[in-house]
Design a protein around this ligand. Structure first.
Ligand SMILES: [Zn+2]
Length: 481
């Protein structure tokens, strides 16, 4: 089955084919946080979406190099450093640590590489030098360096790949120095910003004099360094399409002459309580605000994962209550499966009876339906529908007493595979993995068949995997060594 994704570059749903000829390795770059404040729930929607893409690729057997940069120098940061009278590193270090904590609370897998912009000034400078050599960047009178859209287009390159721009409105040579600007003010943008008094002591020596990098060039320099000139996937919130991602393409392709990214993925906007988030409306939430209200990272992750990534999503506190109920249903079902596996099969001596053809709700069906839903441009609603139908069906089979320990073990293993993508886990973090439970079950079966050699071999295998098994009057008990 092939994964299909909506590529902003082609404005269509396309089959995902990695650049790696073996089809195994995938390079994924997600624009990371600008560490000037705690990330809000809108930011987290994008990061959880990035985590879903990564986990889906891993579920499908790819080896993913997941890069997420830390933007630790740009306009907003410098302003805040000035206001708070701290040092750059002290200021950004605090928010970077908070970001990593929050990432963990939402059970996002830690990116493979998290490069900091301030640690890549050398790479940034050499990338700018390359753009000057290629004639698509120039130094202005104040020592700043700009990317020339006119020269870039003159070389036959397209600017405006991810969205349509009206070039009649663009006036050649006009410049924009700030990191963020609107489509209407598309103009030559700053790659290197000459030092000004407001920058304080935040500057680096460069071939054009003291200064600091522009925001856009940071991502190009770090992604090219870690993932190479061309890589598979680049992801971010839809608000980054212009100018940030458009500029990243121009800078990268302008320097290397090679296609930069094969698939561009963008997550849609998040509304909170039906409105655009704003501090004055009282609907602006950081992750920490929501945790302080008593919600868990797990509930928040679940809710963020209920909407398709290309749909505007209305995040509500009522939705979080619903998340609590939905998760409780999954927990109850998974808990019952664990109970069945952990209970000696006294009433169901024929636990080795042949399983019937998989019916709706059977583990194989869950996995197939779940995988097919993901393949369809990450159709998360269909994926959750498969999960909840499986919960219903499994509960029914448990109630009918028609699920033996080995059925339960394979159901649990299927759920764990599904959860390797959803990442919601179970309520307690100290649960016994399905693989271990299945081994324990196999040992019980071996003992029952008086195959003590095999039972002992399984005990050793469990030990090698870090688990001790102890026979008690209530049946075998597993303990982490
Ligand atoms: Zn970026």
């Amino acid at each position: 089955m092939a994964l299909k994704l909506f590529n902003t570059l082609s404005r269509s749903v396309q089959e995902f084919i990695p650049l790696d000829p073996s089809g195994k390795n995938v390079g994924l770059y997600c624009c990371g946080p600008t560490v000037y404040d705690f990330a809000h729930i809108g930011n987290w929607r994008t990061f959880v979406f990035g985590d879903l893409v990564r986990r889906t690729l891993e579920f499908k057997g790819h080896a993913v190099t997941h890069v997420m940069n830390i933007t630790d120098v740009e306009d907003k940061i410098i302003k805040r450093v000035r206001e708070t009278k701290t040092s750059l590193r002290e200021f950004t270090g605090k928010y970077e640590a908070a970001f990593l904590e929050d990432l963990d609370r939402l059970n996002c897998r830690k990116p493979t590489v998290m490069p900091r912009a301030t640690e890549h000034i050398k790479e940034i400078i050499s990338l700018i030098e390359k753009l000057i050599q290629r004639g698509v960047a120039y130094q202005a009178a104040d020592g700043s360096v700009y990317f020339s859209i006119e020269k870039y287009r003159g070389c036959g390159c397209a600017y405006g790949r991810l969205l349509k721009l009206n070039f009649d409105e663009l006036r050649a040579g006009e410049r924009v120095k700030s990191d963020e600007y609107a489509k209407e003010s598309a103009a030559d943008f700053a790659l290197w910003k000459a030092r000004v008094p407001e920058d304080g002591d935040i500057f680096w020596p460069g071939p054009w004099g003291e200064g600091r990098p522009g925001w856009h060039i940071e991502c190009s320099a770090m992604s090219l360094k870690v993932l190479g000139d061309s890589f598979d996937l680049h992801l971010g919130g839809e608000d980054l399409i212009f100018p940030h991602h458009e500029d990243e393409i121009a800078q990268s392709e302008g320097a290397t002459g090679k296609p930069f990214v094969k698939y561009w993925l963008h997550g849609a906007f998040l509304l909170v309580e039906g409105k655009k988030m704003s501090k004055s409306l009282g609907n602006f939430f950081t992750l920490r605000d929501l945790l302080a209200k008593g919600f868990t990272g797990r509930e928040i992750r679940y809710l963020l994962l209920t909407a398709h990534y290309r749909e505007t999503f209305n995040f509500t506190l009522e939705g979080l209550q619903g998340a609590h109920t939905a998760l409780a249903r999954i927990d109850e079902c998974v808990g019952k499966l664990r109970e069945i596996i952990g209970t000696p099969a006294s009433g169901t001596a024929q636990s080795d009876s042949q399983p019937a053809v998989p019916e709706a709700g059977a583990p194989t069906d869950l996995l197939a339906r779940f995988a097919a839903a993901l393949d369809d441009d990450l159709n998360i609603s269909a994926a959750w529908a498969a999960v909840f139908e499986w919960v219903r069906e499994t509960n029914k089979r448990i109630a009918e007493n028609s699920l033996n320990a080995s059925d339960a073990a394979s159901a649990l293993a299927a759920w764990e595979k599904v959860d390797s993508v959803l990442g919601i886990g179970t309520k307690s973090g100290t649960e016994i993995p399905a693989e271990i439970l299945a081994l324990a079950e196999a040992r019980t079966a071996a003992k029952k068949a008086k195959d003590f050699k095999r039972a002992d071999a399984i005990r050793d295998e469990l030990k090698a995997k870090g688990w001790a098994i102890e026979d008690t009057p209530k049946g075998p008990k597993l303990k982490k060594i």
